[in-house]
Design a binder for this molecule. Structure first.
Ligand code: NAG
Ligand code: NAG
Ligand code: NAG
Ligand code: NAG
Ligand code: NAG
Ligand code: NAG
Ligand code: NAG
Length: 595
């Protein structure tokens, strides 16, 4: 047993405290009233416009701030943002898949004291777990590939039958089929283009990392009993497309497990990188536009400053980590290179996929994917991510509505607020795509609610506290394989072990992901329950807002109690899943987009 200390990035200290945003005045918030005394307010906004400018940025797709005021804030925030130091000891050699559970044993007492989600280490071969981890499957009309034995798996339904009954779901990561990458400058920006349209272009050719993976297409289906299950996985490898194998649950367990792991690699890689554009950039761009158009005395600016706590350190530190190659962003076990990762994030953002504002409101997004409120086909029996998100986001929306209604007596007052209207116009310059016209109280409440969704929910589930607890946990989701993907089926468990990360590789994977985890903030005021629990902010608002903030906190406290009471039922399931979903426990998930 070799104890080691892994020092991540430049940090030499264990950072327990969260960074403190720099504050302004303590005067009550006011709306803009054009008249005699508006001059000073307009001048202050003009000073911000001069000090906060737009600049292209290598990672994330969205502009990044530059200028005298911006630079000062960025350097403060960058210095405050330190990942924690991770202690670990490598435990022996692994001879079976279950040995990977040792990687989590008694060695992450600072960074991962509770291990992955309960059930992840014991139930990973259960197909329900595999399906429930998928948040990206969509109802699709065109069939991606044939599955000859579909009817035998589903109890009589062919792919076409499943599609006709609205029971078929698909996911397509075929763009990850080879070493990928492209020169962004050579691609014209096309709004709302989807990831799958990126695949199979020579522009994706960049050196691989020396590890192995594939770009998977997969089907899922709702079976007769209502369970949501995987039907088939087709791992596609560049230059071997024609001989791609289709794996199904009727294969030998080890072959089927390999196929599921390959899809997990795609999913984990996607989550790791896509979140940079999908939560950070997507939230930063409207925030930067707001800084340039709203007075610091505007109530909406006050709320935005609270939600967007110290956002500007994240992208520079990720870029530095990529350069040094030794940080959590290092490519050690991904089949795709570092350059490919940067390109992946940027393409995803610039396509509109992760950047479109209103289209990505959670209700419309999941509806568009056919996962909720589908006009045909059976309902998903359970969808814990969506259910927990709804409780939290609807409570945030309720707060935002009270807050907005307390400042604007009617929609006309919103439409006539020159600063809000300036913000809308500024989002064009900031290249925020699909930002709504702000003409009603509901629209602005929804905008602020989505801003919180991006920072709190998306960031937490795809990065901070979510990813290593489920979608990047071992052994089920190795970041990459040490052996090329087989040409035929019939793999033994012993052979599969030679694909799996070494014990050092396992430690790399866990340490890479726990860097984002903040277990030391559990039950502190850094968590979601405390999103509006800031006396300095609330003192500048009004009674109605303070009452709504107290109500939000109480609702979250109750919800936390509910989440913590989750257990496995007599069938070994929790909310229909073989693991306990608690990434959105409001007394555990940070209230801001930490990493
Ligand atoms: C605002 O009030 C807080 C205490 O509520 C105080 O710590 C801070 O210094 C005040 N800031 C200004 C600019 O007056
Ligand atoms: C702000 O920082 C950027 C990046 O370091 C630099 O290029 C720019 O000149 C700085 N601007 C000012 C006004 O300091
Ligand atoms: C792991 O295996 C290697 C090579 O077989 C051996 O040298 C090493 O001692 C083993 N380590 C442990 C902790 O068993
Ligand atoms: C973590 O565990 C190690 C070994 O058991 C112990 O020495 C160390 O003090 C623990 N650290 C914390 C922060 O609890
Ligand atoms: C959060 O809690 C810490 C530690 O208990 C305390 O120092 C800090 O003032 C609190 N912050 C707020 C905004 O209440
Ligand atoms: C706000 O609340 C305080 C304390 O509860 C109360 O004294 C005050 O009258 C209220 N103001 C308004 C405008 O309702
Ligand atoms: C999942 O794991 C938990 C904890 O190990 C166990 O209690 C439960 O029975 C398992 N569920 C299934 C379906 O195997």
């Amino acid at each position: 047993m070799k104890p080691t200390i892994l020092c991540v990035l430049l940090s030499s200290a264990v950072v327990i405290a969260s960074p403190v945003p720099t504050g302004g005045t303590n005067d009550s918030f006011t709306l803009a009233v054009v008249g005699n005394n508006y001059k000073a307010r307009a001048a202050a906004i003009e000073a911000k416009r001069k000090g906060w400018l737009y600049e292209k940025y290598p990672l994330g797709g969205a502009y990044y701030p530059t200028g005298t005021l911006a630079n000062k804030t960025i350097s403060e925030q960058q210095a405050q943002w330190f990942p924690i130091v991770v202690e670990h000891a490598q435990k022996g050699n692994f001879t079976t898949l279950d040995d990977y559970a040792n990687t989590y044993e008694k060695q992450w007492n600072m960074s991962l004291p509770r291990g992955p989600m309960l059930g992840m280490l014991t139930n990973y071969t259960d197909d329900r777990l595999f399906s429930m981890m998928r948040l990206r499957v969509q109802l699709n009309e065109a069939l991606l590939f044939p599955v000859d034995n579909a009817a035998s798996i589903t109890g009589g339904l062919s792919l076409e039958d499943l599609r006709a009954q609205g029971r078929l779901f698909s996911t397509d990561f075929s763009h990850l089929k080879g070493p990928i990458g492209s020169n962004l400058e050579t691609r014209p920006f096309v709004s709302k283009r989807h990831m799958k349209n990126f695949g199979s272009s020579a522009l994706w050719d960049l050196p691989s990392s020396g590890k192995y993976g594939a770009g998977c297409q997969a089907y899922f289906y709702i079976d007769q009993s209502g369970d949501f299950l995987p039907l088939a996985v087709k791992p596609i490898i560049k230059d071997r497309e024609k001989s791609a194998l289709v794996y199904t649950p009727e294969d030998e367990p080890v072959d089927w497990l390999l196929a599921k792991m390959l899809l997990n690699q795609n999913d984990g890689y996607h989550s790791t990188w896509a979140h940079v554009g999908q939560s950070h950039s997507a939230a930063e761009a409207p925030y930067l536009a707001a800084i340039r158009s709203l007075s610091d005395d505007h109530p909406v600016m006050g709320i935005l400053n609270r939600i967007e706590k110290t956002p500007w350190g994240v992208r520079p530190n990720l870029v530095n980590g990529l350069k040094s190659g030794e940080a959590f962003t290092g490519p050690q076990y991904y089949p795709w290179s570092t350059d490919a990762a940067v390109d992946y994030v940027n393409q995803l953002y610039l396509s509109g996929e992760s950047a479109d504002f209103e289209r990505n409101y959670y209700r419309s997004e999941f509806k568009a994917r056919g996962l909720v409120d589908s006009s045909f086909g059976p309902k998903l029996k359970s969808f814990p991510f969506y259910e927990d998100t709804s409780v939290i986001i609807e409570a945030i929306r309720e707060f935002m509505e009270v807050f907005i209604n307390s400042y604007y007596p009617n929609d006309k007052a919103v439409a006539q607020d020159i600063e809000l209207q300036a913000w809308y116009l500024e989002t064009k310059a900031a290249r925020v795509y699909d930002f709504p016209l702000i003409q009603t109280r509901q629209t602005i409440a929804d905008v602020l609610t989505h801003q919180a969704y991006l920072s709190v929910i998306v960031s937490n589930v795809m990065s901070t506290n979510g990813i290593h607890l489920n979608s990047m946990s071992l052994p089920f989701a190795p970041a990459g394989f040490l052996q090329p993907i087989p040409f035929k089926k019939g793999l033994t468990e012993k052979e599969l072990m030679s694909f799996m990360p070494t014990p050092e590789g396992a430690v790399w994977q866990v340490s890479t992901y726990v860097v984002g985890h903040r277990p030391m903030w559990r039950d502190t005021n850094e968590t979601l329950s405390h999103l509006f629990d800031d006396n300095t902010l609330l003192a500048r608002t009004n009674n109605a807002t303070r009452t709504a903030a107290a109500k939000f906190k109480a609702t979250m406290m109750d919800f936390s109690t509910e989440v913590r009471a989750r257990t496995f039922d007599e069938n070994g399931l929790s909310l229909g899943m073989p693991f306990i979903f608690d990434a959105l426990d409001p007394n555990y998930a940070p209230y801001w987009s930490v990493i």
